[in-house]
Ligand binder design. Sequence first.
Ligand SMILES: [Zn+2]
Ligand SMILES: [Zn+2]
Length: 243
Amino acid sequence: METAKTERLSYLNYFVKNISSLIFPHHCALCGKPLEEGYFCEDCCKKLPFIEGNTCSVCGCELIDGSEMCDECTNSMHYFYKNISVFKYTSEFSTMVYRFKYHKDRHLARPFAEFMAEKIKKANFPVDFIIPVPLHPEKEEERGYNQSFLLARHISKILDIPVLNDVLVRDIYTNSQTGLKKDRRRENVCGAFSVKNRLAVDSKIILLIDDILTTGSTMDECSRVLLDNGVKRVYSATLATGR
Ligand SMILES: [Zn+2]
Ligand SMILES: [Zn+2]
């Protein structure tokens, strides 16, 4: 009698599990392996280069010793108050980001944003609005989407902080920063951004969202323009850091 009941229950369990996997099919966002839950399989998860241990109190890069700041932040100032990043921009991770940015792998936005939201929550930034680093309209049209906006939208939903997507705009079509040295990167983005609705951000605290922080030139230029337009303070969060 008991055995029959247990059997019925395990059959029911099996049935429910299979039906739910039809309704909510999970696949590893990287290798495509079917999953019962979550976004990454165990093997892919192990490969993700999370930033751990001591980090720079300004730019959020991983530090190998117990210093408070990295050399870069000790020797130069940033317009953003503090940045946090989830991953190290290793060559393996850069291929994932490339897929996310250029190969229309938009589904990566959700799991990436969940990792970012978790870290932002822990950092406890007192933020009024989230602003994604904008693409030039022509570039967004070419690519089909702004990867930073996709991240920002998910983070906004998870943390319940509104996104402003039309306040900071990119007026100049800049070439990719990839391969450029720090000074050239700064020149490349200088004057590229402007604020359209000053009142919306007056005296507010902003969280900028972008995919990668490298020298910080883009983040700095966006922060500078926001601060020039009455913003009180700018925090930033990126998926990965190349520092
Ligand atoms: Zn996988
Ligand atoms: Zn730093």
